[in-house]
Design a protein around this ligand. Sequence first.
Ligand code: SF4
Length: 66
Amino acid sequence: MADCKVETNLAACNCTYEPCARKGRCCECITYHRSMGELPACYFDAAAEKTYDRSISYFVQLNARG
Ligand code: SF4
């Protein structure tokens, strides 16, 4: 089993929610948000990420083609 690349993951992580212990641990991050019916921060651009609305419906709204 490969070692978790936490430092590498952190370099690419755009999440601004500071108290989160899952930051850099992408497997825990996506498992948590999936269980909540959500997506992780990295699916959202900087402005959307700062709303902390990680819902799939918000993602779809942002990416809908009109
Ligand atoms: S996206 Fe969610 S679980 Fe992942 S680091 Fe940010 S707050 Fe934590």
